[in-house]
Ligand binder design. Sequence first.
Ligand code: SF4
Ligand code: SF4
Ligand code: SF4
Length: 267
Amino acid sequence: MEISKLAYELLEKGDISLIIGYEENNGIVSPCFIKDKEDTKRLIFNDKCFHNLSVYLTKMKERVGIIAKGCDIRSIIGLVQENQIKREDVVIIGIACPGLNLKKCSSCPDKNPKFYDYLIGEKQEEIKGDKFSEVIEIEKKNPKERWNYFKNEFSRCIRCYACRQICPLCYCETCIVDVSIPQWISKANSSSSNFLFHITRALHLAGRCVGCGECERVCPMKIPLSLLNLKIANDVLELFDYKAGEDVNLKPPLQEFKKDDYNEFIG
Ligand code: SF4
Ligand code: SF4
Ligand code: SF4
């Protein structure tokens, strides 16, 4: 079944009050929010549907439908695990995704969504890629080289916070950088405060970042943000055998304590 027809039926029978999807105008694809079933013909899916629409879910007040690629479904799973949305409030229309020519697509394990209510599209050939290969390259540098690499990259940050705004798992009502009493992180665009912002953000996303790559995609300064997130995701995998966004019934490792958890850092 095509997207528009399914969305029309769901809105017509009142199963959802709104659908979050994609539309294209003058060759530009953008998110759209459709309430009127007659507008569902605007819905499309093509190789420019980059946005992870799950970033809007925490703002929804009613049961909604959402068009979601496999990589986006990971963050929906994360939001349910963290009690930010209720599973029963979201109708997931999964898309079997042929790939969108993004960096993440070359190592995508999610072309065929595994968690959805409806599935659209032809079954895709699974690929085996190593999404941590870039991390391994960075790890080959010595600590000083790594420090200089990230210092240099983060010094280009203009603190626009697009990376934070686009991230579905960065949903805090007040971000630590916006707290002024006490001021944990200076808003000054300096090398040290930029570094602190990025390190803090990466740690807040430890075991939670699903690698959707949206932060890096929207960064106007083309800072390779995913490197830090992937490094931590790799550590979480090695230490806790856990991948974010895989199983809605699992508790993320930093949300629970097990006696046999890695604890060498305690001494
Ligand atoms: S990462 Fe996978 S699911 Fe996401 S856009 Fe690329 S191929 Fe599609
Ligand atoms: S890849 Fe970026 S945008 Fe996506 S969940 Fe991780 S930190 Fe957030
Ligand atoms: S999107 Fe890029 S420039 Fe903007 S705050 Fe994030 S890292 Fe800095």
